[in-house]
Design a protein around this ligand. Structure first.
Ligand code: ADP
Length: 186
């Protein structure tokens, strides 16, 4: 299974990604997590990414795409993967298509977790991560609607998109994700 999870910050992508990756036995690749690990370890990549993350902006494509290319070329991602937080704009989506085409493979599905703005803000203010302060949350929502939301129509046109509501019990959301994805693969 080659799967992408997309949805606004706070939709619970990270949580669902863990369950879905386990279910399909594929590696969970979160670009946000990779950036945060690099930041904690003080790597050159972490240092470069930091100011963008602190502002709630996207890290430049040049850094992000290389990082993903590197991660996807590892052996464990050959048979499938779950990408969480990538692609986040149309350019990244095109770069991903090209990377996969080069390997002679293609995506199976793109799962959108949908959630309204009011609920997003409520959830993020409780979470309290470093970049979850009010003005940064607003910025990340703006970046999501301007840069990330367009990839949803991009994938809808290619017939890969499945959308589910990201509200309710975590286990119920996982179950409806799996049900939606089984429609996609058959
Ligand atoms: P969120 O909860 O906002 O979805 P993530 O953990 O996915 O959080 O991302 C945190 C930050 O990491 C983003 O605000 C952005 O600065 C950076 N980031 C993560 N993935 C990408 C990406 N694909 N392209 C550019 N920047 C990214």
């Amino acid at each position: 299974m080659r799967l992408i999870l997309v949805g606004p910050p706070g939709a619970g992508k990270g949580t669902q990604a863990v369950h879905l990756a386990e279910h399909y036995r594929i590696p969970h690749i979160s670009t946000g997590d990779i950036f945060r690990t690099n930041l904690q370890d003080g790597t050159p990549l972490g240092l470069k990414a930091r100011s963008y993350m602190d502002r709630g902006e996207l890290v430049p494509d040049s850094l992000t795409n290389e990082m993903v290319k590197d991660r996807l070329s590892r052996g464990d991602a050959r048979g499938g993967f779950l990408l969480d937080g990538f692609p986040r704009n149309v350019t990244q989506a095109q770069v991903l298509d090209a990377m996969l085409a080069e390997q002679g493979v293609a995506l199976d599905a793109v799962l959108e977790l949908s959630l309204d703005n009011e609920e997003i803000i409520k959830r993020l203010s409780i979470r309290g991560r470093d970049d979850d302060r009010d003005e940064i949350i607003r910025k990340r929502l703006e970046v999501y609607s301007q840069q990330t939301a367009p990839i949803i129509s991009f994938y809808r046109e290619s017939g890969l998109l499945e959308t589910i509501a990201a509200t309710g019990e975590i286990s119920d959301i996982t179950a409806s994700a799996i049900a939606a994805l089984s429609r996609k693969r058959s």
